[in-house]
Design a protein around this ligand. Structure first.
Ligand code: AMP
Ligand code: MG
Length: 414
């Protein structure tokens, strides 16, 4: 059985950044830019006023009587003519300064009567309230680098340089396939022996939280033919498929055989971890979308995760294996980068007795900045406790009482 580290290495060995694609600006949020983007023009594109006020020549000074209002310049207009000595122009924020003007006085500090304007006595300096052309960036400057993760401000900058369809690493298309004859959907009343499908929405939401567009498939039944069809359908259109249930040792745990029948290559089954031991991982055959990378040595193959049905097992598997793989596919991290990360550690607030030959991920709440308290928890079927946790303390294998103050690795959920 693989250790957590070995299993992660095996998963990431199959994870590649997806081929870049042009998307609309709105769809680019959270994506990694695949290219350097250069400005197509200076910003601002002209010397502009940053206030509503009067453009003037600073050399004219104040206290020599009024200036003549020669023109009015609204944002979007261009000045009618050059400003001569003794003149001012009413100007709005964002409007171009007329030639000859080198400063702007705020409208609140001027008094206008007819075509004359008195400027309050104040030191006038060249450049006052003026943003000169190119101060923000110049045409040709790189305003966004390849590899940068796009936040809303980047999208605004890309819009301002006319990059309406940036080339990005797209978010992986991820499908969640819940399986189990005992399951009914959340809006149904469970019959005798049935429970509601809680994993489906939870796993889809874990994907949504990372900016993916997750497809949540209907519940697949524990029956070979329909299960195979459901899996095939998910694999065909997605980069990552997360199946829940049906990968353990039960009589109706049919997922591994169904995947094998549909050409999915098994990479490993089972990991030395608690909860989450039955994890199954494999790769589908290269798919249509990978034709873009046709001719490359290693075409992209969909990653297939079979998670055990117990909700917390699936959640822990997601955090440990699916989340890092998704980061690599989305170009947000490299496999080497993920493997080189040092885990967060927190100090135990209370003694914790651990037994067992597998490392255990135990739900805990953070206390202050550097400590965590393990919660009273009923094991992998107890999702409610986990809903109140901030993450999982990772206790190493072995029977031992961990003492307060001891430092333990922590996998954060929020
Ligand atoms: P399995 O891995 O299919 O053997 O399922 C293990 C346990 O998880 C069983 O108690 C299932 O009823 C439960 N389970 C499986 N799938 C789900 C699901 N989608 N939502 C909630 N519980 C589930
Ligand atoms: Mg099942």
């Amino acid at each position: 059985m693989l250790s957590v580290d070995e299993a992660l290495r095996a998963v990431l060995g199959w994870a590649r950044p997806l081929p870049p694609r042009r998307v609309s600006l709105r769809d680019a949020l959270g994506c990694v830019s695949a290219r350097d983007v250069a400005a197509d023009r200076d910003a601002p594109p002209f010397d502009k006023s940053v206030v509503d006020g009067y453009a003037l020549r600073s050399a004219d000074g104040t206290g020599f009587g009024p200036l003549q209002v020669a023109m009015e310049i609204m944002a979007g207009q261009i000045p009618a003519r050059r400003l001569e000595p003794g003149e001012a122009a009413l100007i709005m924020t964002g409007a171009p300064l007329p030639e000859g003007a080198d400063a702007v006085v705020m409208i609140e500090r001027a008094r206008r009567v007819g075509n004359s304007v008195w400027i309050e006595p104040q030191p006038l300096t060249a450049g006052m309230n003026r943003m000169e052309r190119g101060r923000e960036y110049r045409a040709g400057d790189i305003v966004c680098r390849a590899g940068e993760r796009l936040v809303p401000a980047h999208l605004g900058v890309l819009a301002s340089v006319g990059c309406a369809f940036p080339e990005v690493i797209p978010p992986p298309r991820l499908a969640v396939v819940p399986t189990g004859d005992e399951l009914v959907e959340p809006d149904q009343a469970p019959g005798a022996g049935q429970i509601r499908n809680s994993n489906g929405v939870m796993l889809a939401a874990l994907a949504d939280e990372r900016g993916l567009h997750a497809t949540l498939a209907p519940i697949a039944r524990d029956e070979r033919t329909s299960l195979e069809e459901a899996l095939q359908c998910a694999i065909k259109n997605h980069d990552v498929v997360v199946i829940t249930g049906g990968v353990s040792m039960g009589a109706l745990d049919l997922v591994p055989a169904a995947l094998a029948a549909r050409g999915v290559e098994r990479i490993f089954h089972k990991v030395r971890v608690k909860p989450g031991k039955p994890l199954w991982f494999g790769v589908g055959s290269p798919q249509a979308s990978a034709l873009e990378s046709f001719g490359k040595v290693d075409p992209i193959r969909p990653l297939i995760f079979g998670l055990p049905g117990n909700p917390v097992s699936g959640l822990v598997n997601w955090l440990l294996f699916v989340a890092p793989a998704v980061e690599v596919l989305a170009g947000r991290a490299t496999a080497e980068g993920v493997l080189a990360r040092t885990p967060i550690t927190l100090k135990l607030t209370d003694p914790f007795a651990h037994r067992g030959d597998r490392p255990t991920y135990h739900p805990a709440t953070r206390v202050g900045v550097d400590a965590a308290r393990p919660l009273t928890w009923s094991g992998s079927a107890d999702l409610w406790t986990v809903a109140r946790a901030d993450g999982f303390l990772a206790f190493p294998a072995g029977d031992r009482v961990h003492q307060p103050g001891q430092v333990v690795p922590f996998v954060a959920m929020r």
